[in-house]
Every structure is written in structure tokens, then in C-alpha cells.
Design a protein around this ligand. Structure first.
Ligand code: 4AD
Length: 503
């Protein structure tokens, strides 16, 4: 390898005016006569490396000029602070060594279609966007563990292979377990409840599987969920725990990943507002909002805004199309072509929203008390709020068997969903658990579940039953909200979707 002081791009700030060596990949490059600008990435960031003819051997200068995107190499040079440069530092190159040249890397800096990028996810992970999301995902997961570990929770690993349903029976993935049917876990909650009776405050964190036939921007068939469970807690206590938890995660991401959030175009000002207390609505209040004038006015205003947005994008497109006909260099043509692809995809998205607006208005206006809130209902409620909203006390019939009924109104349960603001929708679902043995038996039977499978779970209500509860936070839903990504599939490295598993 080339001599010099090996360092990482994230450490360049400590090496100004020194000669260092970076090891990485060629992210992008541009040559202009006697000078080349190589953008190198090394896993910790991007750095512009400037190669001037005469400062490196002529043969190397020529090799670098023709080096393909994603070739691996080492670069040695002197570090300079340069505000205008990506990352704030650049390297005046004195030497380089090509480790493995790459030709015809399929993902160029131009835009590509979603399907193409998902098929090439093993390479697309190297893109700036995927890198930023991956860094934020890491912080979110670290913050989750830190929050519970620092608040005296004990980590309990719950099984992935299950003999019974933890949520609804329709979304179970069946596995052949030596001739006996078993299921991939939908939740660690039931096992976690037993651990809460031993340790008091516990959490589990792992992959979760749902065979949901939903192709929405919010659904994965394999996702990560963290679930705390607490003995001796009521609904008020659970809401406080959830709002402190989500505020902590958000604060950690703001502190650690500000530049990644900026690169992604996330709404940082909105994230800075995420502090307790969050808004609280009962389900019945939410239904009143959905069926009332406020929602009608809100959706009419939204439609108007979408139409304006569409007009603005169309104007931009025709401006760019006019520009395209002029005398341009190749890189300028490429840039315009990439911008046009983006704008056309924005238009098709706005069109879908315009098409959906009256459908959602109808669904909201005709919403009947008793149904679960649908995706569009959640979107409307969450669009009306600038901080997360708890919706509590759902109808018993719309919810899982384990939720405790409100003893003051047996039609509803002591549960909550937490809706992230600005239209992102549900990121947490949780409840107080039914702790009365006989009522729980009745609920299990009501829902057509086989009571034999739940005998061990019922034991928890026989031997020292206590009020208890917990919730589950979907990691990818949370990252989608924090980053402002349009689709949840961007927020897990290798997404599993109902209609397709790419790689
Ligand atoms: O509301 P859910 O179904 O709650 C439970 O599973 C409870 N047993 C949790 C508990 O009380 N311990 O799911 C919890 C969260 C949702 O709010 C959502 O964030 C995420 O899990 N989630 C999904 N994320 C991505 N794709 C899917 N198909 C998801 N289904 C649920």
C-alpha cells in the first residue's frame, strides 16, 4: 500500500496540513485539463481529492483519468480545509495506488428506476442516500438499547419460532417444523409478559414477521420491532414511557446525524419539536374529527395545494426541457436528464395523491365507530398535528384479544397507537394487558383462538396476576418518519415486500 499516515475521512479534521493516506472507492470523478477531481468514499464519508498534473507521475495521472466508478484505491496527499468541498476538507494528491479497477459500474450518479435499484441493492447500499439512512438506522438502534438499558429494563430474547398467534391469525407465516406447523413470530409480547413477572421491566428486540397482504409504503413482511413490557403500569404510565422513548431516539439522531438528515432533506425543524408531552386523543375523538367539518376543510385545502404543486413541477419540467435543446456539455445534459426523471416521478406521486384525496375524504366522512382506523384515516389525523399523537381507547372488537377492557366502558380497550406527525402514521402500538383470568379466556375464545395454546399464558393470570402493559415500536417506520423517506423499503438494508423479495 502507498506510504503515509493511514486515516479515515471522518478524521481529516485532525490532520490539516499533514500528509495522510485514505483507502476507499472512487465515488465520482471529473477531469478538466491538467486537474482531476476524484471524490473518494471510505465508509466514513466523502472527500474530494485533487490530482494536478506534475504532482503525481504522468502514468498515474493518466490511469486515474480513466479509472471507473467504484474502483478501489489508496490515495495519499496533504489535507486542506476547504469549506466549499464535500465534508469540508480536501486532499492535494501526491500519490495513489489502484487496488482493483472497476468498469461499467451499473449504478451511475444519474437517476435510476426503483425496481432497478432494488435489484441492485447489494451495490446501491454504497449510494450516499443509503449510506445516510444506514447511519441513522444505527443511531436509532443504539438509542433504543441505551434508553432501556439506562432505565433499568432487562433485555429478554423471545423466540422467533412460535406455536401460536401473538396478533391476528391472518398474518401468520407458517413454517414446517419437523412435520408440525409453526409460525414466525409476529410479536415477542406474550413471552415477554411472562418475563415481566420475573424482572419487572423488560424489553425484547428482534425481527418480526407479518404475512400482511399490504403493498403500502408502510408495510414490510419482515421488520424489526422493539417491545418493552412493564409490571405495575397503567395507560398513563405507558404513554409517558412512549413519549420519553420516542423523544430520546429523536434527540440522539439530531445530535449524531445532523449532516445525514440534511443530505436526505429531512425536516429537521419539525424533529426539533419532538419533546413531551405529545398530543392525546381518544379513538372516539379521532372519529369525530374524521367525520366532521375540520377534516372536510383540511382535505379540500390539501387538494388545492396538491394542484398548485403539480403546476409548479410542470413549469419546472418545461423550463428544463427548453434548456435541453441548447448547446450543453455532456455533464450538463446528464444533470438535466437526472432532474427530469426526479420531477416526473414527483408528478406521478402528486397525481396519485390528487386521485386519492376524494377517496380518503369519502372514507373519513363515512367512518363508522367500531372499525379500526385505516391507513388514510391515520394519515389525516397525523397530518393535522405537528407532534406525535396518541390515539387511545379503541373499540374492543377491533383489537387483539390480550388488551384489557376499560372497566368504565367495556366497549373500549386500554390501548394506544402513536401516530408520527405530518402524515407518517402509526409507529407504535401498545396496551394494558387483560390481567383477569376469566375475562382473558372469554376473549381468546371470542376470537376463535385455540385455548390449549394459551394455557401457559393464562398461568400468568393465575399466579400473582398484576396490572401490566407494554408496546411495540417499528424500527423501519420510525426511520421512515425521521428521515422523511417516501417508502419504508428504503429504511431496511434488504427489504422483504409482499409482492417481491429482490435479493
Ligand atoms: O401494533 P402492533 O401490531 O403491535 C404489536 O405487535 C404488539 N404486540 C406490540 C406490543 O404491545 N408489545 O405493531 C407494533 C408496531 C407498529 O406500530 C408498527 O410500527 C410496526 O410494529 N409494524 C410494522 N412495520 C412494518 N411493516 C409492518 N407490516 C408492520 N406491522 C407492524
Amino acid at each position: 500500500m502507498t506510504s503515509g499516515n493511514k486515516t479515515y475521512i471522518s478524521e481529516l479534521k485532525n490532520n490539516v496540513a499533514q500528509e495522510v493516506t485514505l483507502t476507499g472507492w472512487l465515488y465520482n470523478s471529473r477531469a478538466s485539463g491538467k486537474i482531476q477531481f476524484l471524490i473518494i468514499r471510505d465508509g466514513t464519508g466523502l472527500c474530494q481529492c485533487i490530482v494536478e498534473k506534475g504532482n503525481v507521475p504522468d502514468e498515474l495521472f493518466e490511469q486515474l483519468k480513466h479509472l471507473g466508478q467504484e474502483s478501489s484505491l489508496t490515495v495519499t496527499g496533504t489535507v486542506r480545509a476547504e469549506e466549499r468541498s464535500v465534508g469540508g476538507y480536501e486532499l492535494a494528491v501526491t500519490n495513489a495506488e489502484i487496488i482493483s479497477p472497476a468498469t461499467d459500474y451499473p449504478i451511475t450518479p444519474k437517476s435510476h428506476g426503483t425496481d432497478f435499484l432494488l435489484k441492485n441493492r447489494h451495490l446501491h447500499l454504497r449510494s450516499q442516500r443509503q449510506w445516510c439512512i444506514g447511519k441513522i438506522r444505527h443511531t436509532v438502534i443504539d438509542a433504543i438499547r441505551r434508553f432501556f438499558n439506562d432505565n433499568s429494563f432487562t433485555l429478554i430474547d423471545t423466540p422467533i419460532l412460535m406455536s401460536m398467534a401473538g396478533e391476528d391469525q391472518q398474518s401468520l407465516f407458517e413454517v414446517d417444523y419437523f412435520g408440525t406447523p409453526m409460525f414466525l413470530t409476529q410479536t415477542g409480547q406474550l413471552h415477554l409478559e411472562s418475563a415481566a413477572m420475573s424482572f419487572g421491566k423488560v424489553y425484547c428486540f428482534g425481527p418480526t414477521f407479518r404475512a400482511e397482504k399490504s403493498k403500502t409504503r408502510r408495510h414490510l413482511t419482515e421488520f424489526w420491532m422493539v417491545e418493552p413490557e412493564v409490571a405495575f403500569i397503567d395507560l398513563t404510565g405507558l404513554l409517558e414511557l412512549a413519549e420519553n422513548f420516542v423523544s430520546f431516539i429523536t434527540a440522539q439522531v439530531l445530535e449524531t446525524n445532523r449532516s445525514e438528515l440534511e443530505t436526505l432533506g429531512a425536516d429537521i425543524a419539525s424533529l426539533e419539536k419532538i419533546q413531551p408531552p405529545f398530543y392525546r386523543l381518544t379513538y372516539t375523538e379521532a372519529v369525530d374529527i374524521l367525520t366532521g367539518q375540520k377534516t372536510k376543510d383540511f382535505l379540500a385545502k390539501e387538494l388545492q395545494e396538491l394542484q398548485n404543486q403539480k403546476q409548479q413541477i410542470e413549469t419546472k419540467i418545461s423550463e428544463l426541457e427548453n434548456k435541453q435543446t441548447g448547446q450543453l456539455k455532456q455533464w450538463q445534459k446528464d444533470k438535466i436528464a437526472a432532474e427530469l426523471i426526479e420531477l416526473r416521478s414527483d408528478i406521478s406521486e402528486v397525481d396519485t395523491k390528487i386521485e386519492n384525496n376524494p377517496k380518503h375524504a369519502k372514507l373519513a366522512a363515512e367512518f363508522q365507530w367500531g372499525k379500526d382506523l385505516g391507513g388514510s384515516d391515520e394519515t389525516i389525523i397525523s397530518q393535522m398535528h405537528d407532534k406525535p399523537v396518541f390515539v387511545t381507547h379503541y373499540p374492543r372488537e377491533a383489537k387483539a384479544f390480550y388488551m384489557k377492557t376499560d372497566r368504565n366502558n367495556e366497549e373500549v380497550v386500554l390501548n394506544f397507537d402513536l401516530l408520527a406527525p405530518a402524515g407518517f402514521g402509526e409507529i407504535i402500538g401498545g396496551s394494558v394487558r387483560e390481567d383477569d383470568h376469566d375475562r382473558l379466556v372469554a376473549r381468546i375464545k371470542d376470537q376463535g383462538l385455540d385455548i390449549e395454546n394459551y394455557n401457559w399464558y393464562l398461568d400468568l393470570r393465575k399466579y400473582g396476576s398484576v396490572p401490566h402493559g407494554g408496546f411495540g415500536l417499528g424500527v423501519e417506520r420510525t426511520i421512515t418518519w425521521l428521515t422523511g423517506e417516501k417508502h419504508i423499503r428504503q429504511c431496511i438494508p434488504f427489504p422483504r415486500l409482499m409482492d417481491k423479495v429482490y435479493i
